[in-house]
Design a binder for this molecule. Structure first.
Ligand SMILES: [Zn+2]
Length: 471
């Protein structure tokens, strides 16, 4: 008779919730001010890592602390290694919580805490799944290693350090994103378009742009933009047009004149750069609006470029970098940071490209086209795409396990973001957020539904059994 994983999880429910509460009560936020050689990411992060490792050794697992940046909990035997990659650091609580963020209060069948879904809940689920398989006394054919990172929310120093010293698992999953299985993650490239065009035209009647500012992060659609201009004689007309523009685009904004300067603010809608079309880019809207006026020469080039090449074109069609593939969908492009002043003029882009796309080639071609327009491409940062073939038996096993435990069809997901799974050579994200559930990671009143916590535990237990206990 096959093992009833849900029944096995049933036996551990209380203990599991209690442990999760203990773990979320450690406010393991990066604290570099309090960092020491013993606690390189701060005392609470070390406390959370120690807590996990002590739990592991208390339950009879082999554990290892890798220089207080990461650690592992291991069971089983065999040549191959199955990795389960989790993390115990959390982002700061932030304001406005209904429940204390570091308590783990259970209400409405939900456990509320910072880290409940990202990633302490899934970490405890994975831990109990390994404990359940071990306690059933089923012989292993592989080693199973839970790898515990402590810097996922910041700089991934944990895993980069860990894998410099420790074995890379032959297969692995990270319970740090969504079910069913994310096997394709687009490549991510940030770069700046720097405008070197001539500083001034001598035309007197033109509207002078002093400064422009929008966006703080490459990976967000900016929801606010501010332009500071010299007031000029057609100003009433400009402001009327601004009102019209806002109305037509269903946006809001305001303007004021102070010490001889006209300031125009525009409010858009923020969104993650994974899908810029979910937001309204305040910066591009305002640049596009300004491009309709007779600006000074340098500002004219800047605004017109944005209006013609970036505004309402999140796929890079006009720039000539568009691309798509079946596995991962469209290339997306977000103008996340826009700056214009006496000293600098640049637009910072975040491009997310499909797994089969040749970004090196595309960026070289783009750079030579831009050069002709007096624009330089600089400050490039690239993270290559991550993809594990969907036909791989490892992936097929995860899908089957998901179907067995949920009764739902398991399918492969491709995303524009980067999950923890990409630090494994052959790794995928596998849970723990179920399809259709609200994603509350990094938000106030973060929670995990207890039923989902238990279901995830059953899924991970069966996955360990199928992947590491069978021949
Ligand atoms: Zn996470």
């Amino acid at each position: 008779m096959p093992i009833q994983w849900t029944k096995e999880v049933e036996k551990y429910k209380e203990e599991l919730v209690k442990d999760l509460q203990d773990l979320v009560q450690i406010p393991s936020v990066l604290d570099e001010a309090e960092a020491t050689s013993e606690a390189p990411l701060g005392p609470h992060i070390k406390e959370a890592l120690d807590w996990m490792l002590e739990k592991g050794s208390g339950d009879g697992f082999t554990v290892k602390n890798v220089e207080n940046l990461a650690g592992h909990i291991e069971a089983g035997e065999g040549e191959d290694l199955l990795g389960i990659l989790c993390h115990v650091d959390v982002v700061p609580a932030g304001e406005g919580w209904t429940y204390p963020p570091f308590e783990g209060k259970v209400e409405n069948n939900r456990l509320y805490a910072r880290g409940a879904i990202d990633d302490k809940g899934p970490t405890i689920a994975a831990y109990y799944s390994l404990k359940i398989v071990k306690n059933l006394g089923i012989p292993f054919t592989k080693r199973v290693r839970m790898i515990i990172g402590t810097d996922e929310e910041s700089n991934w120093r944990c895993v980069s350090h860990y894998f410099e010293q420790e074995e890379m698992p032959s297969i692995g999953f990270a319970p740090d994103a969504d079910f069913p299985v994310i096997n394709a993650e687009k490549g991510l490239m940030d770069f700046d378009l720097i405008f070197h065009s001539a500083k001034q035209s001598e035309e007197r009647s033109s509207l002078e742009l002093h400064s422009f500012r929008s966006g703080e992060r490459y990976n967000m659609v900016p929801d606010f933009a501010r332009a500071v201009l010299t007031p000029y004689r057609d100003q009433t007309y400009l402001l009327q047009e601004f009102e019209e523009y806002l109305k037509a685009a269903d946006l809001t904004g305001e303007y004021f004149i102070e010490s001889g300067e006209l300031t125009i603010d525009l409010h858009g809608k923020s969104a993650h750069a994974m899908e810029p079309d979910d937001g309204k880019n305040a910066g591009l809207h305002l640049l596009s609006f300004l491009s309709n006026f007779k600006l000074d020469g340098r500002a004219k080039a800047f605004c017109e470029f944005a209006a013609a090449n970036l505004h309402k074109d999140s796929r890079g069609n006009t720039l000539g970098i568009a691309g798509k593939d079946e596995v991962s969908g469209d290339l997306t492009m977000n103008a996340g940071k826009i700056r214009y002043s006496q000293d600098e003029a640049f637009i910072g882009l975040n491009v997310r490209y499909p797994v089969t796309y040749d970004m090196d080639n595309a960026i070289t071609a783009l750079a030579s086209r831009m050069k002709e327009a007096g624009i330089e491409i600089a400050n490039k940062k690239d993270a290559k795409p991550h993809h594990v073939d969907g036909d791989d038996p490892f992936i097929q096993t995860l899908l089957k396990v998901y179907e067995d435990q949920t009764g739902d069809k398991g399918k492969l997901l491709a995303i524009g973001g980067g999950t923890y799974a990409r630090s494994l050579e052959k790794g995928v994200a596998f849970g723990a957020l179920f399809p259709g559930k609200e994603d509350v990671a990094h938000q106030k009143d973060e929670y995990i539904e207890l039923d989902d916590l238990f279901k995830a535990t059953a899924i991970y237990a069966q996955a360990i059994y199928e992947l590491a206990c069978k021949k």
